[in-house]
Design a protein around this ligand. Structure first.
Ligand code: NDP
Ligand code: VSD
Length: 300
C-alpha cells in the first residue's frame, strides 16, 4: 500500500552521518526541517559535520560518538537522543580485493561493522521507536549498494554484508508493519566520498574496469534521493536509471508500495532478466579478456 512518511519537525537519526553519504542525507533532512542526530566514532569529524549543518540550516543537531560494534555505547547514545522517527542506518566500511588474497580479519571487520553494527543500532533503537509519541508512520532506512543487488568481482565480503542487509530488511518489514514502521533500502552506485577514494588504492584492476562502465554519483544526489525515497515509503530505493533497471531485475519477493512500479516489474520481468544475463556475459568477457592479455604479458 502507498504510504507517506513526514520528515518536517521529526527526529532523524543517522549513523555514519559525519561525512560522505551520511552527511549528505543529514543536510537534506535538515533542509526539510528535521531535528538531526548523528552517530559516528570521530568526535572531530562529528563536530565539523554539526557546524556545517548549523551554518546552512536552522535546525537542532545532536552528535554522538560511538563505535557501532559496541552495543552498550550505541544503546547509551540512542537513549540520550530520544525516540526516533526516521532511523538511517548508513554507516559501513568497504575494502575491495580478490577473495583469495583478502585477509579474514578484513572480511570480519566488514561483517562486524556493516552487518552486526546495523543489528546493534536497530536493536537499541526499536523499543524507543515503537514508543514514539505521535505514532505517525516511522522509517528504518538501511544503506546497501548496487553491490548488494549483484555480486561483483572483488566485492565478495562486501557484497555478502550488503545482501545480508536486504534479508534483514525484508524480514523486519513483516515484523514491524503492525507498528507502522516502514523499511527502506538504498542501492547507490559508486559515489564520490573519501571512503571510496581510499578503497580505490587496493582495488583489483578488473574491479576498476567493471566499475568504469558506471559513472560515479555525488553524495548530495544520493542524499536527496534517499530522503525522497524515505518520504514516499519506498522499500527499494534505486539511485539512477541504471539502478532502477537493476532494482526491477532483482525485485524478487521484496515489498512494493507503488502500484505503477509493481506493474512495470510484472510486465517487464522477462525483458529485464534478459538484460541481466547480457550484463553477466559482458562481465565475464571483461574478466576473460583481462586474464588473457595479462598471461600474454607474463610470457613476453
Ligand atoms: N561511496 C560509495 O561508493 C558507496 C557507498 N555505499 C555505502 O554507503 C555508506 C556510506 O559510505 P561513504 O559515505 O562512502 O562512507 P565514508 O567512509 O565516507 O563514511 C563512513 C561513515 O561511517 C562512519 N563509521 C565507519 N565505521 C564506523 C564504526 N565502526 N562505528 C560508527 N561509525 C562508523 C564514519 O565515521 P567514523 O570513521 O568517524 O566512525 C563515517 O561517518 C556505507 O554503508 C557504504 O557501504 C554504498 C554504495 C556506494
Ligand atoms: C560480472 C558482472 C558484471 C555486472 C555489471 C554490473 C555493473 C553495475 C555497476 C555497479 C557498481 C556498484 C558499485 C557499488 C560500490 C560500493 O558499494 C562502494 N561502497 C564500494 O566501491
Amino acid at each position: 500500500r502507498p504510504i507517506n512518511i513526514p520528515i518536517k519537525n521529526r527526529h532523524v537519526f543517522i549513523t555514519g552521518g559525519s561525512m560522505g553519504i551520511g552527511l549528505a542525507i543529514a543536510k537534506q533532512a535538515a533542509s526539510e526541517g528535521a531535528r538531526i542526530s548523528l552517530l559516528a566514532r570521530s568526535v572531530d569529524r562529528l563536530q565539523k559535520a554539526k557546524e556545517s549543518i548549523c551554518q546552512a540550516y536552522e535546525v537542532e543537531v545532536s552528535i554522538f560518538s560511538a563505535d557501532v560494534r559496541d552495543y552498550d555505547a550505541v544503546e547509551r547514545a540512542i537513549k540520550e537522543a530520544g525516540p526516533i522517527d526516521v532511523l538511517v542506518v548508513n554507516h559501513g566500511v568497504y575494502y575491495m580485493e580478490e577473495f583469495e588474497t583478502q585477509g579474514l580479519d578484513v572480511m570480519k571487520t566488514m561483517i562486524d561493522v556493516t552487518l552486526m553494527g546495523s543489528f546493534n543500532v536497530i536493536k537499541a533503537a526499536l523499543p524507543l521507536m515503537k514508543d514514539r509519541k505521535d505514532k505517525g508512520p516511522a522509517s528504518i532506512a538501511l544503506m546497501s549498494s548496487m553491490a548488494g543487488q549483484a555480486g561483483i568481482y572483488g566485492f565478495a565480503a562486501y557484497s555478502a554484508t550488503k545482501f545480508g542487509i536486504r534479508g534483514l530488511a525484508e524480514a523486519l518489514q513483516q515484523e514491524l508493519l503492525v507498528n507502522n514502521i516502514h523499511l527502506s533500502i538504498i542501492f547507490p552506485p559508486v559515489t564520490e566520498t573519501s571512503g571510496i577514494e581510499q578503497a580505490r588504492e587496493r582495488m583489483p584492476e578488473i574491479t576498476k574496469i567493471i566499475l568504469e562502465s558506471s559513472p560515479g554519483m555525488k553524495a548530495e544526489e544520493v542524499g536527496k534521493i534517499t530522503i525522497q525515497g524515505i518520504k514516499s515509503g519506498s522499500f527499494s530505493i534505486p539511485c539512477r536509471l541504471d539502478g532502477r533497471a537493476v532494482a526491477i531485475a532483482t525485485a524478487g519477493l521484496s515489498p512494493q508500495t507503488s502500484f505503477l512500479m509493481a506493474s512495470i516489474e510484472v510486465v517487464f520481468a522477462g525483458l529485464f532478466r534478459f538484460v541481466a544475463l547480457l550484463l553477466q556475459w559482458r562481465g565475464f568477457e571483461i574478466i576473460e579478456k583481462y586474464n588473457y592479455s595479462h598471461k600474454k604479458q607474463q610470457v613476453e
